[in-house]
Ligand binder design. Structure first.
Ligand code: HPA
Length: 263
């Protein structure tokens, strides 16, 4: 059975035991070898990729995003649900809430952002009007409604380079720019997925109010604690979303390059 659906597990989401018949796989890509797990859920084959590697050993700026996305493409994945722990700049998006981001602002610095670096690959300027698949976001909202989770159907995700948290002045600036969430991983992951013509949805879990909004200083432990408290909700949400989608579904995201060539 071809693997059509993938979960990218971010901080605090390391446990694919929701899947049956789990096996370890190594996928060779031009960007490196990627270790991931493949299992079944309700007759669907699902890949589970731990973004930060074993024991959260890879910091956000050093994640091999291109290898990860290329590996999922290689398996035949069409739809990706990617989890992310985030800080909130929006008073309505409180710790414990889910947000299905619809936009991003990119403040990363040293990452490989494209598969197209000239030469044989050519140069591609991919459309980013709707970076996160609107259909998958709709599915997530349906799943969240079923479990009566507190969620927001849209939000702007600021991606910082990390691994440090932000200064108070940076958070003030991000807020002025229209940011709702701050995290360290969504870019370039979402961009690379579109370059490989895969649908990609972000499941942000708010773990804290951002620096200067939170009354206390931030710690990674705080992030992990809130993720742990909500692990069960996140698991239910992701699995319900998987059960709601047709693995072989088509979508405009899956014609992103073809569309480009026609214009
Ligand atoms: N900033 C950046 N990344 C984060 C935060 C934050 O406040 N919380 C969880 N991930």
């Amino acid at each position: 059975m071809t693997v059509r659906i993938a979960i990218i597990g971010g901080t605090g989401v390391y446990d694919p035991n929701i899947l049956d018949n789990i096996r370890d796989e190594k996928v060779d890509t031009p960007y490196g070898v990627v270790g991931l797990k493949i299992g079944d859920y309700l007759g669907k084959s699902v890949a589970f990729l731990n973004r930060h590697g074993a024991g959260h050993s890879v910091p956000p700026h050093l994640v091999n995003y291109r290898a990860n996305i290329a590996a999922l493409k290689e398996l035949g994945v069409k739809s990706i649900f990617a989890t992310a722990a985030v800080g909130s700049l929006n008073e309505n998006m409180a710790p414990g809430n889910f947000v299905f981001a619809d936009q991003f602002l990119d403040f990363t610095k040293v990452r490989k952002h494209t598969f197209f670096e000239g030469g044989e690959q050519g140069v591609v300027h991919i459309d980013m009007t709707d970076p996160y698949c609107p259909e998958l976001r709709e599915v997530l909202a349906r799943a969240a409604d079923e479990f009566q989770l507190t969620y927001h159907k849209a939000g702007t995700y600021i991606t910082t380079e990390g691994p440090r948290f932000e200064s108070v002045a940076e958070i003030k600036m991000f807020k002025l720019l229209g940011g709702d969430l701050v995290g360290m991983t969504s870019v370039p992951e979402v961009v690379l997925a579109r370059e490989k013509e895969m649908c990609y949805a972000n499941i942000s879990m708010v773990t804290n109010f951002a620096a200067g909004i939170s009354p206390t200083k931030l710690t990674h432990q705080e992030v992990l604690d809130v993720m742990a408290e909500n692990a069960e909700n996140l698991r239910k949400l992701a699995m319900r979303a998987i059960s709601l989608i047709d693995p072989d579904r088509g979508c405009l995201c899956q014609d992103a390059l073809e569309k480009l060539n026609k214009e």
